[in-house]
Ligand binder design. Structure first.
Ligand SMILES: Cc1ncc(COP(=O)(O)OP(=O)(O)O)c(N)n1
Ligand SMILES: Cc1nc(C(=O)O)sc1CCOP(=O)(O)O
Length: 527
């Protein structure tokens, strides 16, 4: 058998049986009704049957499962699963370990493992589990738990999903929760445990089907709720997404992919130079790193965009930056400023002040500290209403990006867990929030600088009125490539390789499909 013979796993509505909930003669009929109602996975769980009777019941249940094309797993008992040729097993932490079960069952059977925390989830994945089931989310009368057991609650499952989303081995690992679930609470459970990158793949239930007067109808109701719940987490983005900006960003990527190769002149720091050049190349730009004052006039003149990064400054470089910026401004070439560590030293502050005074920037990209340092520079008429200095709340960061956009006329990209991009649209300042990305980006040096490079590449193919879209495209490309890279990564080094591979293969439709962008309403309390 080849691995492709493995049954398809759909955890949406996972029925775990309990024959104590129905009269003996009605057990199979109840299971069949549930299958007719749309159960997607079946687990035979018998805690008190003798082995021979358990095996007989397993054979009969397997015949039904086959009739409806739904896989049947056996709870705890690998021997029974092997004896009847079931599709796999579900194992708890005190049962046979998943590694041994996998070795005995082979690659084409399904192994599910109950986990209580992220460490057990990692171990289960390493031992060959196909999916995870959490321990109980809520109290339930169906299973007697050991003294002191505390259900995970919504918060516990939410934390587990958030941790899984960040773990290379777990980002794509299917997961269900169980315990006290029914038609009244599963919608909220699905919605409230989800994060933008990971949600439950379904729910496992016993009494919500087995103990219902009409198992078929009860199942059908659960199926509808779970289906809706699986669509819902991204609904806020679909509903509020600034579609026009995302479409414009995708259009700019299409230009890069079609072979328009903008030359992007960088005056950037030593630490990131090579990575930035490769990122520019992979997204479809042509990088040049030139710092000599003597060639600024020519080099910037050839370029489609200029990126100025103040990470490793010297007198000679500052002179070159000012000259290149002025040449770019004269020729209508967009200039991107990355004010790395802007507030760290007087030298950097003074350099940024000179740059902002003498060069008109199309895009300024920095973290909250860097943007705040620019906003505090003398000579910039930045008006911050209702925000205290040192306030790092989303509300303060939105206000900061808007104020700097207003004062400079540049598109301001304020990076963080949520990136805020503010820009002027006629007289009005607009802000969008972008929520793509991964904490793994923080484990590599220079990913912020690389985002500025990407913005530079997009700005190099953008019209004058598409500079906000160019900023959105750069930030989205980095965030989405990172999300796609996480499942392939074993650690920071392999994450970096996967990240650059995904920058190379990223397509316009990926931006549209994965973008989590929403418009920030003025006055919106983001806390
Ligand atoms: C889908 C699913 N999730 C969790 C469990 C619980 O498994 P376990 O911890 O092995 O407890 P018992 O089922 O053996 O009581 C499950 N069975 N199914
Ligand atoms: C089978 C099972 N395992 C649990 C765990 O905590 O791992 S709770 C449970 C029973 C869930 O039954 P109901 O859907 O009727 O609440």
């Amino acid at each position: 058998m080849t691995p492709s013979n493995k049954p398809q796993l759909d955890l949406s509505v996972y029925l775990v049986t309990d024959s104590r909930m129905v009269p003996e003669a009605e057990f199979l009929a109840t299971v069949e009704a549930a299958l007719q109602g749309g159960v997607t996975l079946l687990q035979l769980r018998e805690k008190s049957l003798d082995t021979a009777i358990f095996a007989d019941r397993a054979r009969a249940t397997l015949a039904l499962a086959r009739k409806y094309g739904v896989p049947l797993l056996i709870n705890d008992r690998l021997d029974v699963a092997l004896a009847v040729g079931a599709d796999g097993v579900h194992l708890g932490q005190d049962d046979l370990d998943a590694h041994t079960a996998r070795a005995l069952l082979g690659p084409n059977k399904i192994v599910g493992v109950t986990v209580h925390n992220i460490a057990q989830a990692v171990a289960a994945a390493e031992n060959g589990a196909d999916y995870l089931g959490t321990c109980a989310i809520f109290d339930t009368a169906t299973k007697v738990h050991p003294d002191g057991f505390v259900p995970l609650g919504i918060e516990g499952v939410r934390t587990l999903l958030a941790d899984m989303a960040e773990h290379p081995r777990l980002a794509k690992m299917p997961i269900v929760t169980i315990g006290g679930l029914n038609a009244e609470n599963i919608g909220a459970v699905m919605a409230e445990t989800a994060n933008p990158r990971k949600q439950l793949d379904g729910v496992a239930v016993v009494s919500a089907i087995m103990a219902q007067p009409d198992a078929r109808e009860a199942t059908a109701e659960l199926v509808d709720i779970v289906k809706a719940g699986k669509l819902a987490p991204n609904a806020q983005y679909v509903a509020n997404a600034d579609d026009a900006l995302v479409q414009a960003a995708a259009h700019l990527l299409a230009k890069l992919r079609s072979g328009q190769t903008p030359l992007v002149h960088h005056l950037t720091n030593f630490v990131v130079m090579n990575d930035n050049a490769n990122a520019a190349l992979h997204i479809g730009g042509s990088p040049v790193m030139a710092h000599a004052v003597q060639e600024m006039n020519d080099m910037t003149g050839f370029a489609s965009a200029l990126v100025i990064n103040v990470g490793t400054l010297s007198e000679h470089w500052i002179e070159a930056m000012l000259l290149a910026g002025k040449v770019a401004n004269e020729r209508g070439i967009p200039v991107i400023l990355d004010p790395v560590g802007a507030g760290a030293t007087a030298y950097r502050r003074e350099t940024c002040e000179r740059l902002l005074r003498e060069v008109q920037f199309a895009v300024i990209k920095g973290n909250a500290g860097e943007i705040a340092a620019l906003a505090n520079l003398p000579g910039l008429d930045v008006e911050m209403r209702g925000v205290d200095s040192g306030d790092s709340s989303p509300k303060a960061r939105i206000a900061l990006s808007r104020a700097l956009a207003q004062a400079t006329g540049a598109v301001v990209v304020l990076t963080g867990a949520t990136d805020f991009i503010s820009y002027t649209d006629g007289d009005e300042i607009k802000t969008v929030a972008l929520e793509n990305g991964s904490a793994w980006l923080g484990k590599l040096t220079g990913t912020g600088c690389t985002t500025a490079t990407l913005v530079g590449c997009f700005a190099g193919v953008a019209e004058l009125d598409q500079r906000a879209a160019a900023a959105v495209a750069g930030v989205l490309s980095m965030g989405i490539a990172a999300e796609l890279a996480v499942p392939e990564a074993k650690g920071p080094a392999s994450f970096k390789v996967a990240l650059f591979d995904h920058l190379y293969t990223l397509q316009p439709e990926d931006l549209v499909k994965h973008a989590r962008v929403r418009v920030v309403e003025v006055g919106e309390d983001e806390e």
